[in-house]
Design a protein. Structure first.
Length: 359
């Protein structure tokens, strides 16, 4: 009789001790909380040590035992976590199993160049600019587009993207490409085919429109100006295309810049530039294929973010005199170029843009 009684007592003591440890070490709130980073590939023991070193749990050993007892040791996910004050070790364990990581947002505005996108990614702490630039002509990423393109310029769609500490730059760029493909939807594809445009050509024109104006109502009108010029072989004469091909641009366009023969200078070369100059949004893409029904050939900045449009050289010169002559630090407006009788150049496939730098 004594042996069974002793055995029962021993079992009760073990259960009582286990219950005490469970309640004291696993179910009791502990710590002031904080941010913790769990590296990829960390074992249960390593994770428990990280949490203990951050003073987020009382015992690394009991945390590990609890994870193994619940058979979730292989389900703990890497990433950056916010552990709130007073969370229990059990709650922390569940958080790691669910992968309830800190998620941040990266905003890519319309009209950003690849270089600007690379800097935004670096500022977000995802990857250094140099690492992003190595993806500029990544064949695997370009293959996702499904059409010829030699660089990612123009095809990283402007939007808000979620990321966390585990986000890899290649995966993020792939998401931007996929978002572009979603937004360049079937109606736009059909419209491009009807007009005899390739997708890269549409994106190139849309990128110029995007860089020329931030006014939604003006996009179709500016699209009309450029399409009208393309139809008659007249140079587009777009300042943003000049700027795109300049190295170390300091914010001021000079006369020498307008005659710089780089491939993207639409004062020197007739037709579209050889590739996009920025990432256009959905509105600019739509405008490029749906120009306003107008015969405008010219526009000039009014100094308030909007533009004045005209159809003749005489009207244009009068508007230039009204809005720009005599203004300091104005955007240069060259004399109108005579109509060039050469056919419009729409290159396919498009060559890559200038190689981004880390400067």
């Amino acid at each position: 009789m004594k042996r069974p009684i002793l055995l029962v007592l021993l079992i009760l003591i073990v259960l009582g001790l286990a219950g005490y440890l469970y309640l004291n070490f696993l179910r009791q709130p502990y710590g002031a909380g904080g941010i913790v980073l769990i590296p990829k590939g960390s074992s249960v023991g390593q994770i428990a040590k990280i949490l203990k070193d951050k003073d987020l749990i009382r015992s690394a050993r009991f945390f590990s035992l609890n994870a193994r007892f619940k058979d979730v040791g292989g389900k703990l996910q890497a990433g950056e976590y916010e552990i709130k004050a007073g969370m229990t070790p059990d709650e922390i364990l569940q958080k790691l199993v669910k992968g309830d990581r800190i998620v941040r947002k990266l905003v890519i505005p319309e009209g950003f160049t690849f270089q600007q996108i690379a800097k935004a990614i670096q500022s977000a702490g995802i990857a250094p600019t140099s690492e992003v630039i190595t993806q500029f002509r990544n064949p695997e990423l370009l293959a996702r587009l499904g059409f010829p393109a030699d660089s990612l310029e123009g095809f990283l769609f402007p939007a808000t993207y979620e990321y966390d500490s585990a986000t890899q730059v290649e995966a993020l760029l792939a998401k931007m490409i996929d978002t572009f493909l979603i937004n360049f939807d079937q109606p736009l594809k059909d419209k491009a085919v009807q007009g005899g445009w390739t997708i890269p050509q549409v994106v190139t024109l849309a990128s110029i429109i995007e860089r020329e104006t931030g006014q939604a109502a003006e996009r179709p009108v500016i699209a009309a100006v450029f399409q009208n010029r393309l139809q008659i072989g007249m140079p587009l004469q777009s300042d943003p295309t000049v700027i795109y091909g300049l190295k170390n641009f300091d914010g001021n366009i000079r006369k020498a810049d307008l005659s710089n023969p780089h491939p993207w200078n639409t004062y020197v070369h007739v037709g579209l530039p050889p590739s996009p100059i920025a990432s256009p949004g959905k509105a600019a893409l739509t405008a490029a294929l749906n120009p306003a029904p107008t015969g405008y050939l010219f526009f000039v900045g009014k100094g308030d973010g909007t533009h004045a449009f005209s159809s003749t050289v005489e009207e244009h010169n009068a508007l230039v005199a009204r809005y720009q002559l005599g203004q300091e630090n104005r955007k240069p407006t060259p004399s109108p170029t005579p109509v060039d009788p050469r056919p419009v150049r729409l290159p396919t496939p498009l060559p890559a843009g200038p190689e981004p730098t880390t400067n």
